[in-house]
Design a protein around this ligand. Structure first.
Ligand SMILES: NC(=O)c1ccc[n+]([C@@H]2O[C@H](COP(=O)([O-])OP(=O)(O)OC[C@H]3O[C@@H](n4cnc5c(N)ncnc54)[C@H](O)[C@@H]3O)[C@@H](O)[C@H]2O)c1
Length: 253
């Protein structure tokens, strides 16, 4: 599938693995220059190598998205590397909960909110001035189906992903007349390290995960990448403030 892009440079956070890596590869396959950002330097450099060995153009910049100075430095690094920013996929996220709401602790809360909410907020805060200066662009944030409804035993995570949708919709309205589109992608269970950590220890859990989706399987990283590229592409020029479920039908039940 080929998509039409009017810009040339894409930034992906959380691009050392999983959904972020696959999306960085998909942008590069469309001929875009890609900045691969993550706090995992080894994984980030591996993503860059995968892109280069497929003939694409990419640069790794190490960044902890919870730190204002590092996120600001990331945007400076994007400009230094490629001179502009057209598309940003704010995707870095964590899930570390093990139990019900009353079993959680303050450190878990701060860690999850720090990456999933503050990280997305900081990224948009430092991306929007670049996009405004250039006359437009598109941002996609990774929420989750856990941003659209309940997620038992993942209550902090669910709250964080609802917050991502709140940030997305508010920013979309604020900048709607400035040619900046802001959308969220809401994956259901996708086969990544995050999924394997959560489900593969127990085969029954993996079966349950597949059965949660009317299509009868969990999703693939490429299926999320395709949705992100669509939301950035010119084909989505009238789509902003949208939270797109990519979920094998699971939120339609
Ligand atoms: N896998 C799923 O089932 C699923 C479902 C819905 C939503 N999501 C969301 O998709 C996104 C990507 O998840 P994934 O499944 O690819 O997970 P993953 O664990 O494979 O990848 C997440 C990446 O984010 C990076 N990261 C974590 N904290 C960071 C920080 N502070 N600064 C910079 N980078 C950081 C990690 O190093 C890693 O490379 C997350 O936001 C996650 O919440 C995943």
């Amino acid at each position: 599938m080929s998509m039409k892009f009017s810009g040339q440079v894409a930034l992906v956070t959380g691009a050392a693995a999983g959904i972020g890596r696959a999306t960085a590869q998909a942008f590069a396959a469309e001929g875009l220059k890609v900045v691969v950002a993550d706090y995992d330097a080894q994984g980030g450099e591996a993503t860059v190598q995968l892109i280069r060995s497929a003939g694409g153009e990419a640069t790794f910049i190490r960044c902890d998205v919870t730190k204002d100075v590092e996120v600001k430095a990331l945007m400076d690094g994007v400009l230094a590397a490629y001179g502009r920013l057209d598309y940003a996929f704010n995707n870095a996220g964590i899930e570390i909960e093990k139990g019900k709401l009353a079993d959680g602790n303050e450190d878990e809360f701060d860690a999850i909110m720090g990456v999933n909410v503050k990280g997305v907020w900081l990224c948009m805060k430092h991306q929007i001035p670049l996009l405004l200066a250039q006359g437009g662009g598109a941002i996609v944030n990774t929420a989750s189906v856990a941003g659209l409804g309940a997620a038992p035993k993942m209550s902090i995570y669910a709250a964080s992903k609802h917050a991502v949708i709140g940030l997305t919709k508010s920013a979309a309205i604020e900048y709607a007349k400035k040619q900046i589109r802001v959308n969220a992608v809401c994956p259901a269970v996708i086969d990544t390290d995050m999924f394997r950590r959560a489900y593969e220890s127990d085969p029954k859990k993996a079966e349950f995960a597949a059965a949660m989706h009317p299509v009868g399987r969990v999703g693939k990283v490429e299926e999320i990448a395709a949705a992100v590229l669509y939301l950035c592409s010119d084909g989505a020029s009238f789509t902003t403030g949208h939270a797109l479920a990519v979920d094998g039908g699971s939120t339609a039940i």
